[in-house]
Design a protein around this ligand. Structure first.
Ligand SMILES: [Zn+2]
Length: 267
């Protein structure tokens, strides 16, 4: 085949890819435009189980609500471990916290995620372990997030303890969108990647040193496991202990603020 023909096919393939990307984006925008606000009943669920919701400015809540609606409608939910069903209440409470990670960014509605599996309580075995060696949540590159409803409630109802299993697992989903979980989610450009890498690696080093020297840290020690866990734990801390994170790791805070397009310090 001659060079001209190769060139032609290359142009065709690129054009199809650009068109597919654009049409995905238009589909997402349309779904978000068509999704209405939450009902009063839904908002009541958030008042009951998502403390941070009360602090979020009204203007931001209005932008989050359609994202919650679309996530609830488009993702599959599976009741596991003896849970009878994943109720509307559970779906809204989980997705409201997840939507917080999207609202300030040019997002893709957690493009890899297909199914959220919900257990009634902690489940045993596996990677993400708490002190008592039971899993509270998991995020898989293959397209699923696993949560226990009890830990979702515990994480959401205390907005100041710096621990929130939904923010943690959905931060992994963002990290997994561009390839593997490595603490480097999809960023705008090379310049941003350079700043991110610098802020993250120096914060990670400081954090590990503080732990080695047995100093109290604002972030959960679990974040020292690897850069992917560090990003997930930093996300929980960013939303739940913004003041302390800003005080102890100002550069890291700035990067998180830029990435999420939000500034919880002002809430
Ligand atoms: Zn994790």
């Amino acid at each position: 085949m001659n060079a001209l023909l190769w060139g032609f096919w290359l142009v065709v393939v690129i054009a199809i890819a650009v068109w597919a990307f654009g049409s995905q984006k238009r589909r997402r925008q349309k779904a978000l435009e068509q999704a209405g606000p939450l009902s009063d009943e839904d908002r009541g669920f958030l008042d009951d189980h998502f403390d941070l919701w009360k602090k979020i400015p009204d203007e931001l809540r209005r932008r989050i609500e359609p994202i919650i609606q679309v996530l609830v409608a488009e993702k599959n939910f599976e009741a596991c471990g003896g849970l009878e069903e994943v109720t509307r209440e559970m779906k809204v409470v989980v997705m409201a916290q997840a939507a917080l990670l999207l609202v300030g960014r040019d997002h893709r509605l957690f493009s890899k995620l297909r199914t959220v599996l919900v257990y009634p309580d902690a489940f045993s075995g596996g990677r993400e372990e708490d002190d008592d060696s039971v899993r509270l949540g998991e995020s898989w590159e293959s397209g699923s997030v696993i949560l226990s409803w009890r830990s979702v409630q515990r994480g959401g109802e205390d907005e100041k303890d710096g621990r929130n299993v939904v923010l943690h697992e959905f931060a992994h989903q963002l990290d997994q969108e561009n390839r593997h979980a490595d603490g480097l989610p999809q960023l705008e450009n090379r310049n941003t990647i350079g700043k991110w890498a610098h802020a993250f690696s120096s914060a990670y080093e400081d954090f590990c040193r503080d732990l080695d020297e047995r100093r109290k840290t604002v972030m959960d020690p679990y974040g020292a496991s690897n850069p992917a866990e560090f990003f997930a734990v930093a996300t929980e801390t960013f939303f739940e202990k913004s003041k302390q994170l800003h005080r102890d790791y100002p550069q890291l805070y700035e990067q998180m603020k830029e990435y999420y397009g939000l500034d919880p310090l002002k809430w």
